[in-house]
Design a protein around this ligand. Structure first.
Ligand SMILES: [Fe+2]
Length: 286
């Protein structure tokens, strides 16, 4: 068992045999690596779904499907996919929920040379990079994140979006209520602080004029997405990539043609993806 830096400012490449049972000491070592680095890449020569799930379970509860079994999905240009097609700009999955997915696990089941990469940006590292004046400007500020409105929406519409959604699970909830305000400086369950804003879902900073909010977010995004805070993973068959969805954002550039089939598990206390897929399939975007 050993790990080494990725060719990036964050994340680790981890060398461990995941085809054999992962002993408690190794599980603890992996959990510690995840707390410290947020993104782990495991080059393997092939993993079954059960082996991927066992590795992912080192980080918490595997999301369940509607039948109560582990929820196994695919992100693929060859078969039914649990993610929309096309480019996906930087986001956290379920940034707009009170309980976003904690960890995401993708395994390169079939990836051809030139397959579309996955990009990662560290929100934890970004918090260390922002100048002191900017950090002071975001202390105690909250931002509003939404599922079905994005930053391309007119300023007036974004300014009118409020932190008044019906909580998920309550009578009257609809997908338009899938939005939430949370501190711009947030933390994951392990207490790792991060700069919590993303290009796709963050509509505005609350209690601030929309033009000032846009200017502030632009400054934050300049830091989050600067080249030295982004790692681009080129998929090789057998790669397993697991990351902390609360401190690391991900994106997919405009898709290329080569085969790309990634098997996916998620770690979360709640089974959000069942709800997401029901809404997405009813509306035809997944
Ligand atoms: Fe995603």
């Amino acid at each position: 068992m050993q790990s080494r830096d990725l060719p990036a400012a964050f994340g680790q490449e981890v060398l461990i045999d995941l085809t054999r049972p992962i002993e408690p000491a190794a599980q603890a070592w992996l959990a510690g690596l995840m707390r410290a680095h947020g993104l782990l890449v495991f080059p393997t020569t092939g993993l079954t779904a059960d082996q991927q799930r066992a590795a992912t379970a080192c980080f918490g509860r595997i999301m369940r499907n509607l039948e109560g079994g582990p929820l196994e999905n695919y992100v693929s240009n060859q078969r039914q996919s649990s993610a929309p097609d096309g480019e996906l700009i930087f986001h956290y999955d379920y940034a707009y929920d009170r309980n976003p997915t904690e960890f995401i696990s993708l395994y390169g089941e079939e990836t051809a040379p030139g397959a579309t990469p996955t990009r990662f940006a560290s929100s934890a590292r970004a918090l260390d990079l922002v100048p002191a004046t900017l950090r002071a400007a975001i202390e105690k500020r909250h931002a509003l994140h939404a599922c079905f409105m994005d930053r391309a929406a007119p300023a007036a519409a974004r300014a009118a979006a409020m932190d008044d959604a019906i909580p998920r699970g309550q009578p009257g909830w609809s997908s338009a209520d899938w939005r939430i305000a949370r501190p711009l400086i947030w933390q994951n369950r392990a207490g790792v602080p991060c700069l919590y804003a993303c290009l796709q879902h963050t509509l505005r900073v609350l209690d601030m004029d929309i033009a000032d909010s846009d200017a502030l977010l632009a400054q934050l995004f300049d830091t989050l997405y600067r080249a030295d805070n982004v790692y681009e993973h080129q998929w090789r068959p057998g790669d397993l990539v697991i990351w902390d969805n609360r401190t690391i954002q991900h994106a997919r550039p405009t898709p290329a043609a080569p085969t790309r089939t990634l098997r996916r598990f998620e770690v979360c206390e709640e089974d959000l993806t069942n709800l997401y897929l029901a809404i997405g399939r009813a509306n035809g975007y997944v």
